[in-house]
Design a protein around this ligand. Structure first.
Ligand code: ARG
Length: 278
């Protein structure tokens, strides 16, 4: 009996400590995505970022031309946009490269201030993060073997299709809600789009469903073996994701995007990466 009373006391003390630190908003947490509700007590998210001298962006650098590795360096359209966001705050840009399906957790856990990853703003994701204004119109494209029998999206019915895990291409092909027009036979999931393309070339799958510009880049590099269908499966819009309720940061990102759109800088960046033969 005595023992269990003592145990209860320890539990209560631990619970009190836990709830105290929860009230502090995680206390020791760095500039990454601190809660904007702190703004009333002096340290807003943007103040914290400025004080730390850096802002953290997470991405998945397997998605040329939006983010990819050039040697050790991560480059691409989203990196250029992210740099402008950091410049606007006068801080350094730090980049985390993680699996695509870990990007939303990067934000919800506070490891990243924002995600720029050619990420489509959709309602399912909106349950967990907030999105900026959109900065690019995209869609899911289909890559096939050059001399194969898939000539149009409808030929995908019943076929074995490769996708990048957790993407909108994965969602479309998996078709959990039964709303997709095409009913593929089976879905193979890959961490990297490139691995799906390699399996297509090797004949292990029949097609790859991935966003149109990355698809174009993959085809450019293997144009003797693979091709992209003209018709797309979906139409989507890319946006930058932040922690839910972080209006201060989303406003700053929207301002940056607007300036880049108005000045023509954003278009110049697209032209530079989309025209580039790789
Ligand atoms: N637009 C798609 C989506 O939001 C694919 C994005 C993949 N991005 C990447 N960096 N791998 O699901």
């Amino acid at each position: 009996m005595k023992k269990s009373v003592k145990f209860l006391a320890v539990c209560l003390a631990a619970a009190a400590m836990l709830s105290m630190s929860a009230c502090n908003g995680g206390g020791a947490s760095s500039g990454a995505a601190s809660d904007s509700s702190n703004s009333g007590v002096g340290t807003s998210t943007l103040d914290a970022i400025k004080k730390n001298g850096f802002i953290t962006m997470s991405t998945n650098a397997e998605f040329e031309p939006f983010e990819y590795k050039d040697g050790e360096k991560i480059v691409g359209i989203d990196l250029e946009i992210s740099q402008k966001i950091a410049d606007k705050l006068g801080v350094e840009l730090k980049v985390n490269d993680v699996a695509f399906d870990s990007l939303i957790p990067e934000i919800t856990s506070g490891k990243a201030d924002f995600v720029a990853a050619g990420m489509t703003a959709d309602d399912e994701r909106r349950k967990n993060v907030d999105f900026s204004d959109s900065y690019f119109d995209a869609g899911q494209a289909v890559i096939v073997k050059k001399d194969g029998d898939i000539k149009a999206p409808k030929d995908l019915n019943g076929k074995k299709v490769g996708v990048q895990t957790g993407t909108t291409g994965d969602k479309y092909c998996t078709n959990e809600e039964g709303t997709s027009e095409i009913k593929v036979g089976s879905v193979e999931r890959y961490n990297k789009g490139m691995d799906a393309v390699s399996d297509l070339i090797a004949g292990r799958i029949d097609a790859v469903v991935i966003d149109d510009f990355p698809a174009q880049k993959f085809v450019e590099k293997n144009s003797d073996k693979i091709a992209k269908l003209n018709d797309m499966l979906t139409s989507e819009q890319y946006a930058i994701a932040v922690k839910k309720g972080n209006t201060e940061l989303v406003d700053l990102i929207n301002e940056t995007l607007k300036e880049m759109k108005d000045s023509g800088d954003l278009q110049k960046i697209f032209d530079k990466y989309l025209a580039q033969e790789s």
